[in-house]
Design a protein around this ligand. Structure first.
Ligand code: ADP
Ligand code: DP6
Length: 326
C-alpha cells in the first residue's frame, strides 16, 4: 500500500490570476503573486490502493462528486500516475483547520497538499518547482501554495506549460510586521466558480487587455513594496490589484458580481490605503493586510462593520510532509 500525508497553506493573491491561455493545463494569461497563510491550512492523506476502480475524495468528511474529483484531484493524480508509471487509483482524505462553511476557499491548499502527499506516497523525488507544475494542473492557484512566504507564479509562454511554475521571492519571515485579517461577514457559498467565471471574462471582457497591461506595468512596484516593507505602497497596490480584477468581473457578460454590500463598506472604510489594504477573491469576504501595531484598531473597525468573526494570519513557512503510515 502506498501512503502519504502532507499539510499545505492556503494563499491569497495580491496580483491576481483571472483568465487562462490554456484551459486543460491551467496556463494563466498573467504572472501572479501571492502570500501563503499560516492560519488557513489543509492536511491531506492519500492512499494508492490496487483494489480501487476510481479515485475517491473526501473533504472534511464529505464525499466529493465524481465529476468534481475528475476536474480537480484526479488531474493531479493522473499526472503523478504518468510520472511514476503506477496505474493505481487513490483514496484521498482531507481536513481544513477552518470550517468549510466559513466561505474561505480551501481548494488551493487542498490540491497543493494532495500533490505533495501523492509524490511522497509514490516515492517520487520531485523538487518544489516540478511539484508546483503538477499542482497547477489540478487548480491554478494551488501551485502558489507549494511554497511558503511570498510567491510568484510565472505565466510562461510555452504551450506545454513547462515554464509555468512558481518560485518563492521572499521567505515567510521577510516582513514579520505584516498580518492578514480575514473577517467573516457571510457564510454564503459563491454562485459562479472561479474556473467558470474567469472563462466568461476571457470570452467577453474588453477591459481584460488593459488589465494585462496594468499588471505588466505594476508588477515591479508590487515587488519593490514588499522588498522595502513599504506598507503604504503595498496597501495601495493590494487594493488596486483587487479592484482591477473586480472591474474585469463587472465588465464580463453576463456580469460577475462577487462583492456584496458588506464588501463595499470595507472598500469605503479602508480604500484610502493608510493603515490597511484589502483584497477580495471571487467572494464577498475580504483579506485585509495591516501592520501588527494596527491590528487591534482594524479588527475593532471590522467588528463594528458587522463581522461574525475575524481570522488572523501571519505568513506561512510553507507546506510539509506529515507522518508516513507504513
Ligand atoms: P475554491 O477553493 O476555489 O473556492 P471550492 O472550495 O469550490 O473552490 O473547490 C473547488 C473544487 O476543488 C471542489 O469541488 C473539489 O473538487 C476540489 N477540492 C476542494 N478542496 C479539496 C481538497 N482538500 N482536496 C481535494 N480536492 C479539493
Ligand atoms: C480569484 O485557481 O480556483 O482566487 O485554475 O480554474 O482551478 P482554476 O481556478 P482557481 O482561481 C483562483 C482565482 C482567484 C485569484 C487568485 O487566487 O489568483
Amino acid at each position: 500500500m502506498l501512503e502519504g500525508e502532507a499539510e499545505a497553506p492556503s494563499n491569497i493573491a495580491i496580483v491576481k490570476y483571472w483568465g487562462k491561455r490554456d484551459v486543460s493545463l491551467n496556463l494563466p494569461l498573467n504572472d501572479s503573486l501571492s502570500i501563503s497563510l499560516d492560519a488557513l491550512k489543509v492536511t491531506t492523506k492519500v492512499l494508492f490502493d490496487p483494489a480501487l476502480s476510481k479515485d475517491e475524495v473526501k473533504v472534511n468528511g464529505v464525499k466529493i462528486s465524481d465529476e468534481e474529483v475528475k476536474s480537480y484531484a484526479s488531474r493531479v493524480l493522473d499526472k503523478m500516475r504518468e510520472i511514476s508509471g503506477k496505474r493505481i487509483y487513490a483514496k484521498v482524505e482531507s481536513w481544513s483547520n477552518f470550517p468549510s462553511s466559513a466561505g474561505l476557499a480551501s481548494s488551493a491548499a487542498g490540491i497543493a497538499a494532495l500533490t505533495l502527499a501523492s509524490s511522497d506516497a509514490l516515492g517520487l523525488d520531485m523538487n518544489l518547482k516540478e511539484l508546483s507544475k503538477v499542482a497547477r494542473i489540478g487548480s491554478g492557484s494551488a501551485c502558489r501554495s507549494m511554497y511558503g512566504g511570498f510567491v510568484i507564479w510565472h505565466a510562461g509562454v510555452r504551450d506545454d506549460g513547462e515554464d509555468s511554475f512558481c518560485e518563492q521571492v521572499f521567505p515567510h519571515d521577510h516582513w514579520k510586521e505584516l498580518v492578514d485579517l480575514i473577517p467573516i461577514f457571510t457564510e454564503e457559498r459563491k454562485r459562479v466558480s472561479s474556473r467558470k467565471g474567469m472563462g466568461i471574462s476571457v470570452e467577453t471582457s474588453r477591459l481584460m487587455k488593459c488589465r494585462l497591461e496594468f499588471i505588466r506595468d505594476t508588477f515591479p512596484l508590487v515587488l519593490d513594496s514588499i522588498r522595502d516593507r513599504d506598507a503604504e505602497k503595498f496597501f495601495e497596490m493590494t487594493i488596486r490589484h483587487s479592484n482591477s480584477m473586480h472591474a474585469i468581473m463587472m465588465d464580463s457578460f453576463p456580469p460577475l458580481v462577487y462583492l456584496n454590500a458588506m464588501s463595499l463598506k470595507v472598500i469605503d472604510r479602508f480604500g484610502d490605503g493608510k493603515t490597511a489594504g484589502y483584497t477580495f477573491d471571487a467572494g464577498p469576504n475580504p483579506h485585509i493586510f495591516t501592520l501588527r501595531k494596527d491590528v487591534e484598531a482594524v479588527e475593532n473597525s471590522l467588528m463594528e462593520l458587522g463581522a461574525i468573526k475575524v481570522v488572523k494570519s501571519s505568513v506561512s513557512a510553507g507546506p510539509r510532509l506529515g507522518m508516513k503510515h507504513d
